[in-house]
Design a binder for this molecule. Structure first.
Ligand code: ADP
Ligand code: ASP
Ligand code: MG
Length: 440
């Protein structure tokens, strides 16, 4: 029974939470513990990088002090003896000196700066555990989470690295940093915001864990976005496909692609609340039986591109030529709708948008619509359930909808609207789909 437990930033936000994490670990008996940076730290590190790009050193110094204070508070509130406080402060000072060196460097070493949060958090938790007589082995994530030339996790290499580390240590408990990894040249880099979930899933899949547990500040994946909708509640069970769609389309509780490694090895993923460990949370696995609408999510930062064919009817090869352009600029497309003469599609990566539009203009007339969101309604069997489809269409009938996609997958319906309608549409869909279906 090998479990991987991942604790997010809010689960480690203060000394009391360090104690809760220790208690959860003692109960669950994990093989691997993955930790994110203490809440708020990565946001500040990202801000530092942005300020450095804008050459604003003064603000950077304030942010470094704020980060230092977050950790100092945890150390001093831990009520452990002087030796712990002294050792922790030394660890912290060592990393803050490194951070300051990175900041002074002539080139901006973004990944080194971003990595500080997880590195300090894991070292402090390691010390905390030691002073509480809970013995763990600290493993550098850079040594185990390795990317290939395409910048994707190299699952084979990850497995062999982890195997080397855990071989012959069946009784040991390992602690590592989420989010951090090494690129194929061995340079430190990161898995993108929220990437610690992916770290846990990659480790779980590598050791063929019995369960991956994601511990956060809410009791499981809710049936709508709790930041916009009141009275949401956790979904007891989800299939891998449902969870993957929801994570990809905006359910922030999970990193967009973290379900995949677990799904490939059929490892259950449990979402739990560090503040209320007795609550059941959500179980993601392959045995879910419950059909019907499960949850609604929203993905921000979407741009629609509309292309109208220069010819009267879409000629043979039109779609192929369009997608070759997106492929050439490594830009993935999320939602597509087509008519006889036009194609609408959405992207969220605007890095090469000007070059893409230049090329698309050679195929037809283009239009760009910015500040859109994708709303995604998810549930096994949803697409063939005409009652639910009718309710979705009713819910959006008063909102100017740019695109609707149904049938691309059996389990989701996506709607693209201007971001100003986010609150209205999430609440309207909740009212019609969630309240009624659960009251019945
Ligand atoms: P962590 O720091 O533990 O990784 P995150 O902030 O990444 O935590 O994820 C948890 C947050 O995700 C919740 O506090 C909640 O506000 C947000 N969230 C958005 N959509 C959902 C959803 N459908 N279910 C649960 N939480 C969601
Ligand atoms: N600390 C990183 C972030 O805030 C990774 C994570 O929390 O999963 O994005
Ligand atoms: Mg997260």
């Amino acid at each position: 029974m090998m479990k991987v437990l991942k604790f997010g930033g809010t689960s480690l936000a203060n000394a009391q939470r360090f104690e809760s994490v220790l208690e959860i670990c003692m109960n669950e008996k994990p093989t691997f513990i993955v930790v994110s940076a203490v809440a708020g730290v990565t946001n500040k590190l990202v801000e530092i990088v942005e300020l450095l790009k804008a050459d604003n050193q003064k603000e950077v110094r304030y942010l470094v002090d704020e980060i230092t204070d977050i950790f100092i508070d945890i150390i001093s509130e831990s009520f452990l003896d002087f030796d712990f406080v002294e050792k922790s402060q030394l660890v912290l000072a060592r990393y803050i000196i490194e951070l300051k060196k990175c900041i002074k460097s002539k080139i901006i070493i973004e990944n080194q700066i971003l990595s500080c949060g997880e590195l300090i958090t894991s070292e402090l938790l390691n010390l905390y555990f030691r002073y509480k007589n809970y013995s763990v082995e600290l493993v550098a994530a850079e040594k185990i989470i390795l990317l290939n030339k395409l910048g994707e996790p190299d699952e084979k290499l990850i497995s062999s690295q982890i195997e080397k580390i855990i071989k012959g240590k069946s009784e040991s408990i390992f602690l590592t940093q989420g989010f951090l990894c090494s690129d194929y040249l061995g340079n430190i880099c990161t898995l993108g915001r929220g990437g610690s979930d992916l770290t846990a899933s990659l480790i779980g899949s590598a050791i063929n864990a019995s369960e991956i547990q994601i511990w956060t500040d809410i009791s499981g994946l809710q049936n709508n976005d709790p930041r916009y909708v009141n009275e949401t509640f956790p979904i007891p069970e989800l299939s891998y496909n449902e969870a993957a769609e929801l994570a990809y389309f905006g359910a922030k509780i999970l990193h967009p692609v973290c379900v995949l490694p677990a799904k490939n090895e059929d490892i259950p993923v449990r979402l739990k609340n560090t503040l209320k460990p007795f609550e059941k949370g959500t179980l993601i696995n392959s045995n879910t039986k419950q059909k019907g609408i499960k949850s609604i999510a929203a993905k921000d930062g979407i741009t629609i591109i509309k292309i109208k064919s220069a010819r009267m009817l879409m000629s043979h090869g039109f779609l192929k030529r369009i997608f070759e352009i997106f492929d050439q600029f490594s830009t993935s497309v999320d939602v597509i709708t087509t008519s006889e003469v036009a194609v609408s599609l959405t992207i969220d990566n605007l890095k090469n948008i000007d070059l893409i539009i230049d090329q698309l203009n050679t195929l037809g007339e283009t239009e760009i619509i910015r500040n859109q969101i994708i709303i995604c309604i998810v549930g096994e069997g949803l697409v063939t359930d005409s009652k639910s489809i009718r309710k979705i269409l009713e819910a959006i009938s008063d909102i100017p909808v740019q695109m609707v996609s149904l049938g691309g997958s059996k389990i989701n319906v996506t709607v693209v609207v201007d971001s100003i309608y986010k609150n209205i549409i999430l609440n309207e869909l909740h009212e019609r789909l969630m309240r009624i279906s659960y009251v019945a």
